[in-house]
Design a protein around this ligand. Structure first.
Ligand code: UD1
Ligand code: CA
Length: 473
């Protein structure tokens, strides 16, 4: 089995992104762009992966160093892709296999395409093999120059290209296989004789071909795979294609998307079979959705786990929470971090929860704030209930035991405990613990003044009469 080592070029400044953040760390469907390239590299099972990073790219280096089998070298000055590749010379010039050179800004490349590039390289006994593509618009890419027999003889960068070369539709994908014995000596010979004054890796194609060695232009089966990200517009285009790929993967695994183009699922998300996802749903981060769930329009779920047969209704936000099976949430519910809803819980409209647990079968169906609270099983929390968890200095916990009934418009001033099976009357302000099976009520007794309203309405009629007299004047 011939051996492979991977080089990833990721030191570029990414000037065209106009960003404080290194280009290769821009997020793409929930992961930094470079993570996809590292993953493709790993799928080639290389002897090692070396990433060329910029001098102040600590975060980029940290991502790579934490990646199994990957390490970094620093390119102190960004003098071009040829110069970047030369930085791995010490590490790889004695490597006895093939080098695969990937670009940190081309995250759509699939491992099978890199493998087919490698296979072509080996089959042709090439010194250098370039992945090429023919996009509908070649603007911005290096053009592939072939001779009359179709053999690749060089690459011309767009900025250095003359009219006839600009008309060439086949472009350089920026992904290569190379023989290290040929690559490094040829890189040493590069000169920055071009419009940008850079050491172009692409000049190698002409240089190697001129030595009479074989240079192969291997056409990618799918041109979109080599799309590079240079600008925010490229990032949006690549993100759309990545989303398409992610959603297709879930559909193949048995998830229904009513309109896949309008659903935003991070690459890190897991979704169970027979789940139905409506438009404008966002699933971000380390989120897991169980089987046969239904996510209605506008459900936004971040770093949360949902069990099976969960229904999330329109415009509900769920963050960093744990949801059991057969739970209903929303419309317009808000689960803030550290919420746990056990099986069969119902959370209705305009209910906000934070750092709280609701036991199996408990309900809060309308307009409530439940913070720093533990609710037992089958409790019912009435409309307008508020846990007053904050005294302006500290947060305090509320405990509502099993089968408690909390009437509407109740305030629970924490810390407080409502015992099992107790009933809290509507409109009550709870400031002391309620014993199990007690009725708690704190509202002022009601007074009815018999016949009182007659006088009141008589005054209204009098007033009306004088008004209409005025009108007649
Ligand atoms: C490059 C190719 C072009 C090809 C295109 C495909 C060159 C000269 N041109 O152009 O033919 O069509 O990719 O997407 O190679 N980098 C470094 N150090 C540097 C400069 C760049 O590590 O000094 C890295 C970047 O981080 C990036 C990659 O190399 O990941 C490509 O560099 P970039 O500047 O994006 O090259 P393009 O102009 O896109
Ligand atoms: Ca690029």
């Amino acid at each position: 089995m011939p051996r492979t080592a991977v080089v990833i070029l990721a030191a570029g400044k990414g000037t065209r992104m106009r960003s404080e953040r290194p280009k290769v760390l821009h997020p793409l469907c929930g992961r930094p762009m470079l993570a996809y390239v590292l993953e493709t590299a790993a799928a080639l099972e290389p002897a090692e992966t070396v990433v060329v990073v910029g001098p102040e790219a600590d975060e980029t280096a940290a991502l790579c160093e934490g990646w199994p089998g990957a390490s970094t070298v620093v390119q102190d000055h960004q003098l071009g892709t040829g110069h970047a590749t030369l930085q791995v010379r010490q590490r790889l010039e004695r490597f006895g296999g093939d080098l695969v050179i990937l670009s940190g800004d081309a995250p759509l490349l699939r491992a099978e395409t890199a493998r087919s590039l490698l296979a072509a390289h080996r089959q042709e006994g090439a010194a250098l093999t370039c992945l090429t593509m023919t996009p509908p618009d070649p603007t911005g890419y290096g053009r592939i120059v072939r001779d009359g027999d179709g053999a690749m003889v060089g690459i011309v960068e767009e900025r250095d290209a003359k009219e006839p070369e600009r008309a060439i539709g086949e472009v350089n994908g920026g992904i290569y296989c190379a023989d290290p014995k040929v690559l490094f000596p040829a890189l040493e010979e590069l000169r920055p004789d071009n419009v940008q004054g850079e050491y172009y890796l692409t000049d190698l194609a002409g240089a190697v071909a001129a030595k009479g060695l074989t240079v192969v232009g291997h056409r990618a089966a799918e041109w979109r795979e080599a799309l590079g990200v240079n600008s925010r517009a490229d990032l949006a285009r690549v993100a759309r294609l990545m989303r398409e790929r992610i959603n297709a993967r879930h559909m193949e695994a048995g998830v229904t998307f009513i309109d896949p183009e309008a659903v935003y699922v991070d690459d890190t998300v897991v979704i169970g079979q027979d789940t139905v996802i409506h438009p404008q749903v966002h699933l971000w981060g380390e989120t897991t959705v169980g089987r046969a769930c239904e996510l209605w329009p506008g459900a936004h779920i971040i770093d949360s786990r949902l069990g099976d047969e969960v229904l999330v209704k329109d415009s509900s936000l769920i963050t960093d929470s744990e949801v059991g099976s057969r739970v209903q949430i929303g419309p317009c519910a808000h689960l803030r971090p550290e919420v746990i809803l056990r099986d069969g819980v119902k959370i209705g409209n305009f209910v906000e929860l934070k750092k709280s647990e609701m036991g199996p079968g408990s309900k809060a169906n309308h307009l409530a704030y439940i913070g720093d609270t533990t609710v037992g099983e089958r409790a019912n929390i009435g409309a307008g209930t508020i846990t007053c968890n904050y005294d302006g200095i500290q947060k305090h916990r509320t405990i509502i035991e099993d089968e408690v009934f909390i009437g509407s418009d109740t305030q629970l001033v924490a810390p407080v405990r409502v015992g099992r099976g107790a009933i809290v009357a509507a409109g009550t302000t709870i400031t002391e613990d309620v014993p199990p099976y007690a009725l708690a009520l704190s509202r002022a007794p009601q007074v009815n003044k018999e016949e009182w309203a007659h006088n009141h309405w008589a005054k209204r009629d009098e007033l009306k009469a004088t008004e209409s007299d005025d009108e007649e004047d």
